[in-house]
Design a protein around this ligand. Structure first.
Ligand code: ATP
Length: 502
């Protein structure tokens, strides 16, 4: 992961926010290539959902429309959605270091014989074995093999045992408090007066903006059940332990679909979206080996999912979770929870009336595929990162061509007068169709290395032969194989190769 983070910074994908001031924990900025990569993933999702939605079980395309709702909504909406009362994770505080940990992410290593002679060491979810060994050593244990201990989530450890527990950053045992709820929503004030009455929240998910507009969309467009409303945008959660680069941050982007259907059809649509969403992640280049579907255990289920068909996650094997997996997207059956809540709290009727028979009225059920755009970008980068000792850069990014920030680079072999104008001409020919880089200076080896590191699928090099016969060398990123084609064929070549793989 360290290598990936450093490549992201060196090549301009992702930077720490406010880096010159020492950063701010849990916030990240996207650089020139990162924003291109993110936009490619975002646009592909939008295209697959809204512009050309998938073919439904009846053989015709399903109906999906988009919205872009405000980040700040009436705070009553977050009371209705359950976020004001319930959007909290149980947390434990350390009285000694004043640090705060999510209880379901904090694990205690209990000696097999439950001996309390030495303090019980702890670690945070996702930490490597070498880190756990260090923590056992720090607690004074002779046996520093983590496998020799029973691992227990602190939530599941009786409070009477807390006095034996050495917090992850503490010097003394017994400094952790009992878990207590901590609300993850960021608060702000609307208007000039800062008072209880002017408190508002930055949205912790994009989904509620969709439910709030459900009636507007039905009344103003021609969609009828079953149909979906899609939204992509920022979400904010005051995560207690932001970590693993952009995997868990405090400001991130989501791509969410709320699919409204008849309650009797919820199961069919859930199965449909399970399959469809896995297909999507494979189509942008994630390999099946690194993806898995996992049904939530019953104690993980959110309040609304308990009553319905449950929730399943699409998980990706990130380097920091390997050999395990981390959530990339959750697909939940939200039943009629949200619309019913908003109807109750707002007093506005949100029932669906069947257009063919006004006597048939019901509250639609919702299947929600909720994906992380930021986590998706991280998965694309992790998947693409390939070590290859046979090339000068030592690594290349094996992006799916449709996701690659640059589809091609045009490289004059030298900055000589006869090479540069031809390269410029080629660049002008294809820049309307594809995101291409014209890179003139530095020796050709270094320029190839740079393109490998930013994952450009093809380089076209203009040399002396180009001056004579208008052919250029095409270099393919993964194989480094080279062939010559005529300059006039470059655009067709890209259309053919990028489409073929896309
Ligand atoms: P987690 O259990 O990891 O906290 P969640 O189950 O609360 O996530 P959802 O509310 O289902 O997440 O949000 C949908 C998607 O939004 C997640 O699958 C994930 O990709 C993304 N997401 C959620 N929280 C974060 C975060 N703090 N940083 C980046 N992405 C996030």
């Amino acid at each position: 992961m360290k290598d990936i983070v450093s490549l992201c910074k060196r090549r301009g994908f992702i930077f720490a926010a406010s880096e010159i001031y020492g950063g701010i924990n849990g916030f990240w900025d996207y650089g020139p290539l990162g924003i291109e990569l993110k936009n490619n993933l975002r646009d592909r999702w939008w295209k697959d959902m809204v512009i050309t939605p998938p073919i439904g079980p009846d053989g015709s395309p399903v109906e999906i429309v988009g919205v872009d709702s405000a980040i700040i909504q009436n705070p009553k909406a977050w009371v209705a959605s359950g976020h004001v009362g319930g959007f909290s994770d149980p947390m434990v505080d350390c009285r000694e270091t004043k640090k705060r940990y999510r209880a379901d992410h904090l694990f205690v290593m209990v000696p097999e014989d439950k001996s309390t002679e030495k303090p019980w060491a702890t670690y945070l979810d996702g930490e490597e074995d070498s880190e756990k060994t260090k923590r056992l050593k720090k607690a004074g244990h002779k046996n520093t093999d983590p496998a020799a201990y029973q691992t227990t989530e602190i939530n599941r450890l009786g409070v009477e045992n807390y006095k034996y527990v050495l917090g992850p950053d503490a010097k003394e045992p017994g400094t952790l408090t009992e878990p207590k709820a901590f609300n993850l929503m960021f608060q702000t004030y609307v208007g000039a007066m800062q008072s209880e009455d002017s408190i508002a929240y930055l949205r912790p998910e994009t989904a509620q903006g969709i439910f709030l507009n459900y009636k507007n969309v039905l009344d103003s467009s021609r969609v009828r059940i079953p149909f979906g409303i899609a939204q992509i945008g920022k979400a904010f959660r005051n995560e207690v332990n932001p970590r693993n680069f952009i995997f868990r941050s405090r400001e991130f982007e989501q791509m969410e679909l709320e699919w409204f259907c008849h309650p009797d059809e919820a199961k069919m649509w859930r199965d449909f979206w399970f399959a469809e969403r896995q297909r999507f992640w494979k189509s942008v280049g994630l390999s099946s080996d690194n993806l898995q579907m996992r049904d939530h255990d019953s104690d993980e289920l959110s309040h609304y999912a308990k009553a319905g068909l449950g929730t399943a996650d699409i998980e990706y094997r990130f380097p920091f979770t390997a050999p395990g997996f981390g959530e990339l997207e959750g697909i939940a059956h939200r039943c009629d929870f949200d619309l019913t809540q908003h109807q109750e709290h707002s007093g506005v009727k949100l029932e669906y009336m069947d257009p063919t028979d006004s006597k048939i009225r019901y509250m639609p059920h919702v299947i929600e595929p909720a994906a992380g755009l930021s986590r998706g970008v991280l998965a694309l980068i992790c998947e693409a990162y390939t070590v290859d000792a046979n090339r000068p850069s030592g690594i290349y990014l094996n992006f799916h061509p449709a996701m690659a920030p640059k589809k091609a680079a045009i490289l004059p072999l030298t900055a000589k007068e006869e090479h540069v104008p031809l390269a410029q001409k080629l660049y002008m020919d294809i820049r309307e169709d594809f995101a291409v880089d014209l890179d003139i200076k530095q020796n050709i080896g270094k320029r190839y290395a740079r393109q490998d590191e930013i994952g450009t699928p093809f380089c076209f090099t203009v040399d002396n032969d180009t001056v004579n016969d208008q052919t250029v060398t095409v270099r393919e990123r993964n194989t480094m194989a080279q062939e010559r084609i005529h300059m006039d064929k470059v655009r067709d070549f890209l259309h053919e190769n990028i489409k073929k793989r896309g």
